[in-house]
Write a protein that binds this ligand. Structure first.
Ligand SMILES: [Zn+2]
Length: 530
């Protein structure tokens, strides 16, 4: 029996239909019937991003959109061109077989299909580095490695994590095309067709550094050279970037998959998993259209990534707002939002009717993998945002949101400063009573509560940015909200430190001082605007 599992023609992608039921589809069926599905379904958001990027890569090759007009026509058609999809399958379908002897999907054909003495076989568990619970669980899993075995679908999903999420992994193991993984933004839509259509990118929005000549996986040499530095990378090559040199070892085995429980004809317990392709250290800046970047001075932009303890909405400015010359560049900080959003702006200008703005808002999902920037994987982070068109495309509205988040950051500074002054336990120039002894943990807790409460308020505030909304009133309301949340959180913190008579006065003083400083900053902001 020859092992085979062809991702182009066999069902392995779980999709949710409009009635909420789920079904499995092949790549071909997922694309042909994208309009019949609501969305991709997977327990791991990382795998959702990974599968989405593969489907986008195939569609880029099938549709070849050159202008916003091409995209508008596609939206109006409401489905992807069936003949072109079938023709692609005839030409390249064979390249999607996981276990092909001479051109295995996203693997290196020079490695044998079975473990041998020369190659260093590893557990297939290494493919799914996205354990949600941090290093402890990963360590536990080592004892468990021998028992790990995946069905073809789970093995394929693991392979697909490599292009977007392969990170640094010890000596000589370099990250994939985007470096230590950024936060990816995926556009939503009323159907999976719309989510995919909104993810297609015309040449002006593809990375500037992308080579004209492109070798997506289905045209790539079926051998992945070990540790090869590639200097010329096309856009579709980047979406299917073989950052690892892998070969799965299929065996006929009908025990259930340790990840999903499915029983299949073939399963994979071991593989070769080594360093594959990377870009040279001094390569030109690669701007992935789904990622956002922070620009600081003359240095190369760095992707916005998940940060421990920092709620994702605090990155809203960089992730969603249009870039302007005055969007913080003067303070040494500026952002590039995902180029995909700039393309949506152009499409919106051209033909408002095609984009699925429900009540003037567009849904997005953000997906990221938090690491220690080296080989430790901590957790995935996922969030959803409904972003009003006004905020995405109107500079004045975007400016209000940007200033609002910056104001919240400055107010956090006031809260922390006041905590330091009254609750650090060190002698200060305070009159009457001495300062109270707080703790670093309590201070951190205060900041966390502040951002959490503001996050809820921020989402509600965002929804009020309708086309006719009075921007000055919205801005003033937000300043008031921040001052109120800041005062409340500081008061609660101070009161928790009040253990009796001599402390009461200091606490009261601290609370009043903090409130006065917050109001004074608010008034200064208002005056600046006037
Ligand atoms: Zn499975």
């Amino acid at each position: 029996m020859t092992p085979s599992f062809n991702l182009w023609s066999e069902p392995w992608i779980t999709l949710e239909k409009h009635d909420g039921s789920q079904e499995e589809a092949s790549i071909e069926d997922a694309l042909l019937r994208a309009q019949a599905y609501r969305t991709l379904y997977e327990p791991s958001p990382l795998i959702i991003a990974a599968i989405h990027r593969l489907l986008v890569a195939v569609l880029q090759a099938v549709v070849r959109p050159q202008t916003a007009g091409d995209l508008a026509r596609l939206w109006r058609a409401g489905r992807f061109p069936a003949d072109d999809i079938r023709r692609f399958g005839e030409d390249y379908g064979a390249r999607f077989d996981l276990f092909s002897p001479d051109q295995p999907f996203m693997q290196s054909a020079d490695l044998p299909l079975a473990p041998d003495k020369k190659s260093n076989a590893k557990s297939v568990g290494y493919l799914l580095q996205e354990q949600p619970a941090g290093t402890a669980v990963t360590h536990y899993n080592h004892t468990y490695d021998d028992r790990q075995q995946f069905c073809p679908a789970c093995a394929a999903k693991g392979l697909l994590l490599i292009p977007p999420f392969a990170s640094s992994g010890g000596a000589g193991i370099k990250p994939s095309i985007n470096g230590v993984p950024p936060i990816y933004i995926l556009p939503g839509g009323r159907s999976y067709f719309e989510m995919l259509a909104a993810s297609l990118v015309t040449p002006p929005y593809q990375p500037d550094a992308a080579a004209q000549e492109d070798t997506p996986w289905w045209q790539h040499d079926p051998v992945v050279a070990a540790k090869r530095e590639v200097t010329r990378v096309g856009y579709l090559h980047s979406l299917t970037f073989p950052a690892r040199r892998v070969r799965l070892h299929p065996r006929p085995d009908q025990r259930p998959c340790t990840r999903c429980g499915a029983v299949s004809d073939w399963s994979v317990a071991s593989m070769v998993y080594e360093m594959g392709e990377s870009r040279p250290k001094d390569a030109l800046f690669w701007r992935d259209p789904f990622a956002a970047y922070r620009v600081s001075g003359d240095e190369a932009p760095t992707p916005i990534r998940p940060v421990e303890g920092k709620a994702i909405w605090r990155e809203f400015t960089g992730l969603f707002l249009p870039t302007t010359p005055d969007s913080g560049a003067s303070k040494g900080r500026a952002f590039y939002r995902p180029n995909l959003l700039n393309q949506l702006d152009e499409l919106w200008e051209l033909d408002e009717a095609v984009l699925p703005f429900r009540a003037g808002r567009y849904p997005f999902r953000t997906i990221g993998l938090r690491t220690d920037m080296k080989m430790k994987i901590f957790e995935w982070e996922e969030a959803g945002f409904e972003v009003p068109a006004t905020v995405l495309f109107n500079q004045r509205a975007a400016g209000k949101v940007r200033d609002g988040i910056e104001f919240a950051r400055q107010c956090e500074g006031i809260l922390k400063g006041m905590y330091q002054r009254y609750f650090s336990g060190r002698a200060t120039e305070l009159p009457d009573a001495g300062p109270i002894k707080g703790s670093a943990a309590l201070k951190a807790q205060m900041a966390q509560r502040y951002w959490q409460q503001l996050g809820d308020a921020f989402r509600l505030w965002l929804l009020r940015f309708e086309p006719a909304a009075g921007l000055e009133i919205l801005a003033a309301d937000w300043l008031q909200t921040v001052v109120r949340v800041g005062s409340d959180v500081f008061r609660e913190t101070a009161e928790s430190l009040n253990s009796g008579a001599s402390d009461a006065l200091v606490c009261e003083q601290a609370i009043n001082h903090c409130r006065a400083s917050l109001y004074s900053l608010r008034n200064k902001m208002k005056e600046n605007k006037a």
